[in-house]
Structure formats: C-alpha cells, structure tokens
Design a protein around this ligand. Structure first.
Ligand code: GLN
Length: 453
C-alpha cells in the first residue's frame, strides 16, 4: 500500500486539516519550507509545488524578487494533472532564485534542515525536500536542472526522483535552462513517487519536447538488471566518512544479491564545466526577458534614459543570478562561442554516449553528494567554484538527461546520507523497482511526522 492509499483508508479526527495546517504554519516559521501555505486545504491528499511551477491564482516567483507579485492565470500541466486526480494543493515551496544553487542559501529566507537547524537543506528544491521530510502524507513536485532534486533529497533524508529529460511536461515551468530542466517528484517512498509519476508523465500538446517513455522503453536486458557499476574515479572525489559509509551500502547490496562491478570512467571532471557553460548560456537568455516591460514589472517610470531604466528594473537579481547573466552572455558571444558554448555541446554528446555504454550493462550508483551535510555557516564561506564543485556526482545524469533517484541509506551524527542510482533513458520505472527492494531492507527515519494518523 502506498501512503496515498493508506491516507484514504484511515479515519481522520475532527479538524484534522485545520490542526495540520496550524502545526505546519508554526514549524514553517522555523524551517522556511513554504513561501505560502493554502490555509483552506481540507479534503484530499496534499501536494506542494516548487515555486518555479505555475499554479493558477497563486503567487509564483521562482524564488526571485524580480517576479514578486506574479500571479499566473493558468496551471502548469503537472499541476493540472494532479488536480484532475483529486490531489489538493498545499502551498508553494522555497527554492534558490531561479534554481541557481546547491544548498538553498541563494535566497532571502534561509531554509533549515529539519534534522538539525544549523545545517543546510540542499537546493535548489530546498522547500520541497523539507516539506517531504516533515509531513507524513504529502507529495512534492520539484524540478532539477543539474541536481536540484537529488541534492536536497539526500540532505533532508527523502527520496528524490528526476525523470528522463522530456518524460514530464515542462509547460508552466519558469525556465532555468530549457535543454536541461526536468520536473520531478520528491516523496517518502519510491512507491509514492511511482503513483504520481504515472499521473503526471506523458505527452502534452503544450510541450513539444515531451514524450511517452512507455513507447520508448529501453529496458536493460533481464540478466543485467542486477548489475550495479561503481565508477572507480569517485573515490578521489568523496570525503572519508562518506566513503566508508558508502562501502557499507555496497556490502549490503551484495548481500541482497546485486552484482557489484567497478569500472573506470575518466571523464567525470568534464561534466561540471560543460554543464555550467550550457546552463549559464541558457539561463542568461531566459533571464533577458525580465526587463520591467512585459515581465518583471517593477516600475512604470518611462521618463528615464535607456541605461537608467534597465539598471533600475534589473537591480533586484541576486548576486548569483547576475554572475550567471554575465558569464552566460559571455560564453555565447560570437567571438568565443566555438571555444566555449559549441565545445560544451560536443562534450555533452560525447558524455551521453560514453555513459550510455555503461548503462546498457546495468545501473550506476554513487553517493548523491561527495560531502556530509554541511553547516549553513560553512557553506556561506565557499567560493562560487567550490560551490559548483559539490555538484560533481549530481551533474552527469542531469547533463545527459538520464533518469536518476536519490534515496537515504545511512545516518551520521543524526543527519541522513543519500545514494544516487542512474539508469538509461526511458528506464525510469526500473529505478522504483530497485528502491522498493532497498526500502524492504532499510527503514527511513524522520524527525517530524506532521499529519500522521
Ligand atoms: N547546483 C546546480 C546549479 O546551480 C543545480 C541547479 C538545479 O538543478 N536547478 O545550476
């Protein structure tokens, strides 16, 4: 039974929803999971929506001051499909501005890890992961461009699924980098994710990149489904405690009957520069529309000169967004684009083929993050390059559009650790089968269970 069936099968006390919303609003003041909460929720299984996915008549800002006050007149396709299946909207969740970030700190209100408030939640889907970690019956719609589902899912001790690129419609998503963005799902079990994926996936007339993965099924041959590859080169990238905890996971999987194989892959270090060139190029293009005319309306003072007007209307971007606008505009500049942007596209193609060769033979598994959950104060001291460097394991599957899932596998100092499993395009369902087996062996821990029955 998944938690949706469990929720409907149980008797609810009077004022169940009122009390739940009250407790959630109270805890939210401490953790900053939600930008807004639907105080009227009173009936069905609840779902939250990352703040870059449009919900009709609800303020949607992609975590940015630039979009403050934007009320979409329509629902994103994923939201529409949730409503059609009787899910109830709970609120918009916190995120790094426009999805730029790995720790949730690129925002006004700092989100706090539910296991320990001094630690980061991960980002950019920070709020979606906190919400899942504190609510017993709930599903989060989130989004990943380069790891924004895996990273916070790992740090908050929940399951985070990023589908094959194109498996879920992006209509109604505020774009970060169109060739990389994927809407995905965060939940407390693989079974919950599977139910919701079945509802929201599939072609959409409003998104021409959206495909039917069932028609493209690419399943790894039966005899390879038990094979898990570990890339030798990750050992140099992950810290000691993560390494020893991950090796315990490998032994457990061996005991469960999986066939573990070690393999060399010399190109891991190519993924980060390739990703940041492509994602910044696309981001700078997407952010160009917030000029204060049609989008990002800030002031209506048209008496100003050209430069003064734009300096004023675009001043509210945070530092990281400005950095990406400048670098992204640079890499696609005519004089250097062959050297950076076009080269990055070629490297992406190369990496897809190389990784696919491995995925035809089995899964790839690694820790989700190379480090233990860091303290908020420690991340604030990292340089932008150190920040980007922590994406080393989450970027490869995202850059190549491969489906992947992060699941909790250990707790150190009462903080969760996540592992990330990757499979070939269109094999999304095989990830759920694997994690379901894992969940029979390992019980996830949560600090809060708001709404538990
Ligand atoms: N850390 C990555 C970035 O800042 C991931 C972002 C994402 O997936 N939205 O680009």
């Amino acid at each position: 039974m998944n938690s949706i069936e469990e929720f409907y099968s149980k008797q609810k006390p009077d004022n169940y929803f009122q009390n739940l919303i009250k407790d959630l609003s109270e805890l939210n003041k401490k953790l900053n999971a939600f930008n807004n909460i639907n105080l009227k929720a009173n009936k069905n299984f609840l779902f939250s929506v990352k703040d870059n996915i449009c919900v009709k008549n609800i303020e949607t800002t992609a975590g940015s001051k630039i979009l403050e006050g934007y009320i979409p007149p329509f629902n994103a396709t994923v939201v529409e499909r949730m409503f059609l299946n009787n899910f109830e909207f709970l609120g918009k969740t916190h995120m790094d501005e426009f999805g730029f970030g790995t720790f949730g700190l690129n925002s006004e209100q700092i989100p706090k890890n539910p296991f320990n408030n001094q630690y980061v939640t991960g980002g950019s889907s920070s709020g979606a992961s906190i919400a899942t970690s504190i609510l017993k019956y709930h599903i989060a719609l989130a989004e990943s461009t380069g790891g924004s589902i895996s990273a916070p899912a790992a740090f908050c001790g929940v399951v985070g699924f990023t589908p094959t690129y194109g498996a879920i419609s992006r209509y109604g998503l505020i774009d970060y980098a169109n060739s990389l963005d994927k809407i995905g799902i965060i939940a407390r079990s693989s079974n919950d994710i599977k139910s919701v994926f079945n509802i929201i996936k599939g072609p959409d007339n409003y998104d021409s990149t959206c495909i039917d993965i069932n028609k493209k099924n690419n399943e790894i041959k039966n005899n390879k489904q038990n094979t898990i590859f570990i890339i030798n080169q990750i050992t140099d990238l992950i810290d000691e405690q993560v390494k020893s905890s991950f090796s315990k996971l490998i032994s457990k999987l061996e005991n469960m009957g999986f066939n573990i194989k070690y393999i060399d892959f010399d190109f891991l270090d190519k993924a980060i520069p390739t990703y940041y060139i492509i994602s910044m190029a696309e981001a700078s293009t997407n952010l160009a529309k917030y000029t204060g005319f049609k989008y990002g309306l800030k002031n209506n003072d048209f008496s100003k000169f050209y430069n003064d007007f734009f300096i004023n209307s675009r001043a509210d971007f945070r530092l990281e967004s400005k950095r990406r606008i400048i670098l992204g505009t640079f890499v696609r500049n005519a004089s250097v684009k062959n050297k950076y942007y076009h080269k990055a596209l070629k490297v992406r193609g190369f990496l897809i083929n190389k990784i696919k060769d491995i995925l035809k033979q089995g899964f790839i598994l690694s820790p989700t993050m190379p480090i233990l959950t860091p303290k908020i104060e420690d991340v604030s001291k990292l340089s932008p390059l150190q920040n980007y460097g922590t994406d080393v394991l989450t970027i490869p599957p995202n850059l190549c559009g491969f489906p992947h899932i992060s699941f909790p596998y250990d707790y150190i100092n009462e903080l969760p650790l996540g592992a990330q499993l990757i499979t070939d395009h269109f094999n999304d369902f095989m990830l759920f089968d694997f994690v379901e087996k894992w969940e029979k062996e390992f019980k996830y821990k949560f600090k809060y269970n708001l709404g538990s029955l």
